[in-house]
Design a protein around this ligand. Structure first.
Ligand SMILES: [Zn+2]
Length: 103
């Protein structure tokens, strides 16, 4: 199995680092990417299949600043929202989400 490493800021030799508000800065390998934090999940009870299809399968591919869900799976297991520039891989602010997003 091949392992793909995510590098830190473009031009650096460092590994991508993520600042967990609870634990501090850690290697990205402790985290799991969990999707676009800008997308709104359809309300419970929504029966429209197109709405769910678009939520699950249709993604933007932004270049530049992006808000993403990450979970600190090998740490505190908290969910957070991270600002990451997809063009430079520079990470910005992070904040814990509410606890309603369970894994
Ligand atoms: Zn943590």
């Amino acid at each position: 199995m091949n392992t793909v490493l995510a590098f830190g800021p473009i031009g650096s030799n460092s590994m991508l680092r993520i600042n967990c508000p609870h634990c501090g800065e850690r290697d990205y390998t402790e985290f799991r990417y969990a999707g676009d934090a800008n997308k709104a999940r359809p309300a419970h009870g929504t029966g429209d299949l197109k709405t769910w299809h678009d939520y699950v399968f249709i993604f933007d591919n932004p270049k530049g600043p992006h808000r993403e869900y990450w979970q600190h799976v090998f740490g505190c297991r908290q969910w957070l929202i991270l600002e990451r520039n997809t063009a430079t891989n520079i990470t910005g602010a992070s904040q814990l989400t509410d606890t309603s997003r369970a894994s």
